[in-house]
Design a protein around this ligand. Structure first.
Ligand SMILES: [Zn+2]
Length: 276
């Protein structure tokens, strides 16, 4: 399996600290590719440009996983419009007309889709374009497992947005390798289950160092908390993402190692590729 990091940042950029500019990174977006198929995790603003830069045809994703409905993860309508218009205008248009996209997501995302389409595309009476065909696989609540080819996908509900925002963490097992991903989450049972014995755990670390208690109710993790979860769940390699950037890379690594996690830990950067 190959993981592409296409957005390790958050919903803000051009940040400064002590008069120093913080390097910009893109909002969340990741591709997991296992040869036979691939999944795009999160559709944030401008994801199509980053997919193109990484060598993908942005209109060639049959499987998209969206963790929750916050706009830095779920900016789906501009993406959908761009796939549709590519199909209308590109010389390979016929190919895109046949595209079927399955969206793996919580109920709240699936239910909001129709309303958002109606609000933004007023001229079309139906609640979809002529293509691509969209289907939703609603996960969490009742259904926790699905399959894409030989990939076994499991989800857990995690704590985020004071518990008001249905949020999923994902686990993908292909052959004997396990990849786990959690977007926004606090420390909870779900996150520990999803990353158990994972070969690679891509985990948010969007709370600043020292905010361990402050971020508990809202539902985010510091590098220390991500390390603690990885340690207790026996993760092999931890990759931190969705971080603001105000804490330096070395201080994030130090904070993570303070948890006692002894596996490999890295701070992810945009456009890195990681083999699993
Ligand atoms: Zn969120």
């Amino acid at each position: 399996m190959q993981l592409y990091l296409l957005g390790t940042g958050t919903c803000a950029n051009q940040l400064t600290k002590n008069g120093k500019k913080i390097k910009n990174r893109f909002p969340p977006g990741y591709v997991l590719d296992w040869g036979e198929n691939k999944i795009l995790f999160e559709v944030s603003e401008g994801i199509r440009f980053r997919l193109e830069k990484a060598g993908f045809d942005y209109a060639d994703f049959e499987n998209i996983a969206i963790s929750h409905c916050h706009p830095d993860h779920y900016n789906f309508m501009p993406y959908l419009q761009s796939v549709y218009c590519k199909g209308l205008w590109d010389q390979k248009g016929k190919q895109y007309e046949k595209l079927k996209i399955q969206i793996l997501c919580p109920n709240q995302v699936a239910e909001s889709y129709r309303k958002i389409f109606k609000l933004l595309v007023l001229e079309i009476k139906k609640n979809h374009y002529d293509f691509p065909e969209i289907s939703f696989t609603k996960l969490g609540k009742m259904k926790f497992k699905t399959k894409i080819g030989r990939a076994q996908i499991t989800v857990q509900e995690v704590h985020h947005g004071f518990g008001k925002v249905e949020t999923l963490a994902f686990r993908v097992k292909v052959d004997n390798k396990i990849f786990a991903y959690s977007a926004d989450t606090g420390d909870c049972q779900g996150i520990r289950k999803i990353c158990k014995n994972a070969d690679l755990f891509l985990c948010e670390a969007s709370a600043l160092i020292g905010q361990d208690k402050a971020c508990r109710n809202y539902g985010h993790l510091t590098p220390y908390l991500a390390g603690k979860i990885a340690k207790e769940s026996k993760v092999k390699k931890l990759l931190l993402t969705h971080y603001i950037g105000l804490d330096s890379e070395s201080s994030m690594l130090k904070d993570c190692q303070r948890s006692g996690f002894e596996g490999e830990v890295k701070v992810g950067k945009d456009f890195e590729k990681v083999k699993i």
